[in-house]
Write a protein that binds this ligand. Structure first.
Ligand code: PNS
Length: 164
């Protein structure tokens, strides 16, 4: 049983994250999309809202033989991954600028949990500039994010930013 954790803030999930999930489906038997519950950040959506949105998005994904689960976690990622008996951590890399941060995390996680392998997927070229932070900024200032986040998420962003 190959079980992977795909951890992240996912505030919100972007089309780039979704692409990584879809490409990981063929590599693992089970993927747990794990939303970081970090009270220090000032998120647009609560961890519960993020999980709910991701679950909705995943209803439209053909997961084939792979079991997709959405969960949230706090504390050390590797401890959570060990609890879940995961063999791997999935991370997407968009550009060289992501590399140093990801390299340090992967090496630290390897030191803390030598049996858990970090698997990097290169982000699709067309989404390689997309980040949750940039999208939130653009959207909040009135820019269009259509096609860069799943439709369900764009609707929730509209509700949160313009209808409150
Ligand atoms: O989407 P993000 O914000 O880039 O995801 C970062 C995440 C959640 C993978 C990272 O912050 C994390 O693993 N946090 C949990 C705390 C932890 O284990 N920190 C040590 C990492 S070496």
């Amino acid at each position: 049983m190959k079980r992977a954790i795909f951890p992240g803030s996912f505030d919100p999930l972007t089309i780039g994250h979704l692409d990584v999930i879809e490409r990981s489906i063929d590599l693992f038997d089970e993927i747990i999309i794990s939303v970081l519950n970090n009270p220090d950040k000032n998120p647009m959506f609560s961890p519960e809202e993020r999980c709910e949105m991701i679950e909705k998005v995943l209803t439209e994904v053909d997961s084939k033989e792979c079991n997709l689960i959405v969960d949230s976690f706090q504390g050390l990622l590797v401890e959570y991954a060990k609890d879940k008996e995961a063999n791997a951590i999935i991370r997407g890399i968009r550009a060289v600028s992501d590399y140093e941060y990801e390299r340090r995390m992967a090496l630290m996680n390897k030191r803390l949990a030598p049996n858990i392998e970090t698997v990097f997927l290169m982000a699709a070229e067309e989404y390689s500039y997309v980040s949750s932070r940039l999208l939130k900024q653009v959207f909040t200032l009135g820019g269009k994010v259509e096609g860069l986040v799943p439709r369900v998420i764009e609707e929730k962003m509209t509700e949160r930013v313009f209808k409150n």
